[in-house]
Design a protein around this ligand. Structure first.
Ligand code: CP
Length: 306
């Protein structure tokens, strides 16, 4: 059994389907007036975040609390990391306090892979550098499954900063394992070489990427990367790659509009597209809590089947 969730690259199609089925059950709990269940009673969940987060950190915390776990948060800025403590020493310290589940976000790709074999706690990757963000992709997949019924033959277009996105990598692993066809599109400076080897189609024009799509997923343009000159300006990015109502018409009429957040209005999508009837961005956020409950539930019962 695997005690950790480090990425969707490591999970089988069955592991992923089991998480989505469990999340659907967890969602029923979220719809009750009393959201408390005893599934993680007596367990301790610690969120260790070296990068900023709104959605991921809060939804892990709420998921843990809804299942009656003891939940605590640590951010790098308020911890002994500021005094020079290493990541390994910090993780081992948290583990030594009886932590059962350690949720980690780190700016270095591979950080949770380094920690997982060193601690008895189950480690959940909440986003590592440009590598993976598995629970984000799982909540995206739960949203798609709810709306479209499944994944076989579904056309998913992912648009934006493909190079620096951990969300896109986890989605590609998860969606292709369950039978979806994935296209990626964006400026050529933001698409890495060899994407086709991940089993996706690559387009340099947004129209080609989203034509006949069942799902149009935008990725955050990382404003901090603008300094490195990967595209001339946000205005020019929006002109050529932003999804507005006109461009959305290239997709199927009932295509879902998705975004992991945080979204830059008027950059990845127009405000009209973010707020349109096809947009499921807020439902993605709700599903994030259900997916994180499901993952922690499965890990607390021994982990994922190999
Ligand atoms: N989607 C996502 O990871 O959002 P946060 O950075 O707010 O957690």
């Amino acid at each position: 059994m695997k005690k950790d969730l480090l990425g969707l690259k490591d999970l089988s199609a069955k592991n992923i389907s089991d998480i989505l089925d469990t999340a659907a059950t967890m969602k029923l709990i979220l719809q009750q007036p009393n959201k408390k269940t005893p599934h993680l009673q007596g367990k301790t969940v610690v969120n260790l975040f070296y990068e900023n987060s709104t959605r991921t950190r809060l939804s892990f915390e709420l998921a843990a609390k809804y299942m009656s776990a003891n939940a605590a948060n640590i951010t790098a800025s308020g911890s002994s990391v500021q005094k020079g403590e290493t990541l390994i020493d910090t993780a081992e310290t948290i583990n030594a306090m009886g932590t059962d589940i350690l949720v980690m976000r780190h700016n270095m790709s591979g950080a949770p892979h380094l920690i997982a074999p060193l601690v008895s706690a189950s480690v959940i990757n909440a986003g590592d550098g440009m590598d993976e963000h598995p629970t984000q992709a799982l909540l995206d997949m739960l949203t798609i499954k709810e709306k479209k019924g499944g994944f076989k033959g579904l056309k998913v277009a992912i648009i934006g900063d493909i190079s620096h996105s951990r969300v896109v990598r986890s989605n590609i692993y998860g969606l292709t394992k369950l039978g979806a066809e994935v296209s990626v599109g964006g400026p050529s400076t933001l698409i890495p070489q060899g994407m086709e080897q991940m089993g996706v189609k690559v387009f340099k024009s947004i129209q080609e990427a989203i034509v006949d799509a069942d799902v149009v997923m935008g990725l955050r343009i990382q404003l901090e990367r603008q300094k490195s000159g990967l595209f001339p300006s946000l205005r020019e990015y929006y002109r050529f790659f932003g999804v507005d109502e006109k461009r959305l018409k290239f997709a199927k009429p009932d295509a879902l509009v998705m975004h992991p957040g945080p979204v830059n209005r008027g950059v990845e999508f127009s405000s009209a597209v973010i707020d349109c009837d096809q947009s499921v961005i807020n439902e993605q956020v709700t599903n994030g809590v259900a997916v994180r409950m499901a993952v922690m539930y499965i890990l607390s019962r021994g982990g994922f089947e190999e």
